[in-house]
Write a protein that binds this ligand. Structure first.
Ligand SMILES: [Ca+2]
Ligand SMILES: [Ca+2]
Ligand SMILES: [Ca+2]
Length: 296
């Protein structure tokens, strides 16, 4: 890189808005749902709605910021076709920023087989799973914004993430995570001829980012940008975060380990809450949330 290019590149970095925290390299679709299903950036086409009803554009407070999103009823979803740049054995990263209302049983996130297979990316009781290839892991909360991601590299290694933590990985020898019919579907379950077909939840999506490269965990952690101890994910650590953690510890609320399990033993516990409370009033306390990695 010559000096002029380097200078321009540094300038571009400084000018980049903080919401696009990382990675524009390989970006082929950045969907932000501001009154349109078309991507803000990228070569992929606009999404279209699938399912019997209609979704709607909304604004919602997401991690302390008012943002645009698209809300969908149960059994509705979105699809992208054609998925030029992601077909065949081409690597990809798909990042979803979503909230789902119902996390009981299986709830569809991504369908790689154009509705013709029961396999794909789901939540199972709030844990991330690739049915029927992986174990389930991690946990998201109902009606709570969260970022999930799936990567597939050129060697067919597939890894699933919640807020930058890796919760499953497998080698996709049977190509279940390879896109069929140049069509990617989200949130609506497979068609009924292919198997259990009511595994869907109402919800909303605020952002879908699609890259034609398989990111490593370090990049996904950076994009997720979770602050350990910020239980309600509004960008700062306050007493309200300690309260949410305490409520979660006694089963009266839900927050994720990525922001609530700050290092005290026993899962999300009253001791985590106390550590967050200390941090919120400026006491010196080290908050270390779990880091889950899976090597490709
Ligand atoms: Ca299904
Ligand atoms: Ca907070
Ligand atoms: Ca803990």
């Amino acid at each position: 890189m010559n000096r002029r290019v380097l200078r321009l590149w540094l300038l571009a970095l400084l000018l980049a808005p903080s919401t696009s925290t990382a990675a524009t390299e390989g970006l082929i679709g950045d969907y932000q749902f501001n009154q349109t299903l078309a991507p803000v950036v990228g070569s992929l086409p606009a999404m279209t709605e699938i399912g019997p009803a209609d979704g709607m554009f909304i604004v919602d407070e997401i991690h302390g910021i008012t943002r645009t999103a698209f809300e969908f009823p149960q059994h509705n979803g979105l699809q992208i076709t054609p998925t030029t740049g992601l077909d065949g054995t081409e690597p990809y990263t798909i990042i979803l920023e979503v909230r789902l209302a119902d996390l009981s049983g299986y709830r569809r996130l991504v369908d790689f087989k154009n509705g013709q297979s029961d396999t794909g990316l789901y939540l199972l009781g709030g844990a991330l799973i690739f049915y029927n290839k992986s174990a389930s892991g991690g946990r998201v909360c109902p009606d709570t914004w969260v970022q999930m991601a799936i990567t597939r590299d050129a060697n067919k290694n597939v890894i699933g993430y919640i807020d930058g933590n890796a919760y499953f990985g497998f080698t996709d020898t049977t190509d279940l995570a390879m896109i069929s019919d140049s069509t990617l579907r989200f949130f609506r379950d497979n068609e009924c001829a292919a198997g259990a077909c009511s595994e869907a939840s109402a919800g909303a999506v605020a952002r879908v980012l699609i890259y034609d490269t398989a990111f490593l965990q370090s990049t996904l952690r950076q994009i997720a940008g979770v602050l350990c101890g910020d239980a309600n994910r509004d960008g700062s650590i306050k007493a309200s975060d300690a309260l949410l953690t305490l409520k979660t510890a006694v089963g009266a609320a839900c927050c994720q380990v990525e922001s609530c399990d700050v290092g005290a033993p026993g899962g999300i516990s009253a001791s985590d809450s106390l550590a967050i409370l200390k941090a919120s009033v400026g006491q010196e306390v080290e908050l270390v949330c779990p880091s889950q990695a899976i090597a490709p």
